[in-house]
Design a protein around this ligand. Structure first.
Ligand code: ADP
Ligand code: MG
Length: 238
């Protein structure tokens, strides 16, 4: 996504009265800043599935795209580990009916490649009225959600700050592979933190337009960090 595409996505979102960008747009922005996202395609009808599953590598993940659904898992609207086109089509059918039964309208669907297991981290940021853009990091979704184990810094951060943020987390040992976990790439994680919170990062680049960014989770494996979810909350327009 180029700067122009980004402005266009924001404009469309605002004219539609949205408070947030949809997941594909959020991921396209992350990718334009050099952050890895799973290869994905947008599905508008069942007829798209044959071509899409042929282009992407199995196993697949299916998700709904809808402004009415913020936490997709709460609605059963994320299905991982789908082996082939038939499984994706079945999952899509089931998801479509269960959402429709709850009166929820799907705008479209997302099929993406499933990322190998790794340490699920949370990276994000807010634009503070006083301090401006601030970047946030947490390790392990559960530690973030249950214990609020996160670190914040004012942007822009340098490599030193990124390392310090990770070191001060209570769950820091998870990175080196505590409790039978595979070790996760510190390098890859620091790189994403800098791409989000650094001088040329997403938060500095979007601060006027975006009030909050949430990448939950960023899956960090032995050699890569991949953003599998992305939420960009827009600054309310003046
Ligand atoms: P939610 O809106 O519920 O946060 P997510 O897109 O974060 O939905 O997906 C929920 C969970 O499903 C993630 O926390 C992750 O464990 C798993 N998941 C989602 N997408 C992928 C993917 N592409 N590869 C592997 N796991 C995924
Ligand atoms: Mg998520």
């Amino acid at each position: 996504m180029t700067e122009t595409d980004f402005r266009a996505a924001l404009h469309v979102a605002r004219t539609q009265g949205r408070k947030a960008l949809d997941e594909p747009s959020g991921k396209a922005i992350l990718a334009s800043f050099g952050i890895r996202v799973p290869a994905f395609r947008i599905v508008r009808s069942d007829a798209d599935l044959a071509a899409i599953t042929a282009e992407l590598r199995s196993p697949y993940v299916l998700k709904v795209v809808s402004a009415e659904v913020v936490h997709k898992s709460d609605f059963g609207a994320v299905k991982v580990g789908l082996k082939d086109q038939i499984e994706v089509a079945r999952a899509l059918d089931a998801m479509r009916s269960s959402l429709a039964a709850r009166g929820i309208r799907a705008e479209c669907w997302l099929v993406e490649e499933m990322v190998p297991a790794g340490l699920e981290c949370v990276i994000g940021g807010v634009v503070d009225p006083e301090f401006g853009p601030m970047v946030m990091a947490g390790l392990g979704g559960i530690l973030v959600e249950l214990l609020g184990d996160v670190a914040f810094r004012i942007c822009p951060i340098e490599r030193f700050d990124a390392l310090e943020m990770l070191r001060e987390l209570r769950g820091a040992a998870l990175l080196s592979g505590a409790r039978g976990h595979e070790p996760a790439s510190l390098e890859a994680l620091v790189d994403v933190l800098l791409k989000v919170g650094g001088k040329q990062g997403v938060l500095m680049g979007c601060a006027g337009e975006v009030s909050e960014i949430d990448v939950n989770p960023l899956i960090v494996t032995r050699d890569a960090a991949i953003a599998v979810d992305a939420r960009f909350i827009l600054t309310p327009s003046a």
